[in-house]
Design a protein around this ligand. Sequence first.
Ligand SMILES: [Zn+2]
Length: 66
Amino acid sequence: MKSTIHSTIGETCIICEEKKEMGIHLYTEFICTDCEKDMLQTDAEDPKYKFYLQQLKKITIPKIYS
Ligand SMILES: [Zn+2]
């Protein structure tokens, strides 16, 4: 587990890899609200969905299934 450093300009989203202020913490990682919303609206058939899953693999999750 990496230590969490809270900076004043937000955190780096693991999906878009940009610094964002608003977002959620998923286990040890940060996902901005934009990406979170985007992911929820993306169909599993959409190529974008695979990209999201790829990015989500950075997170240490016991199990991830769609
Ligand atoms: Zn993002």
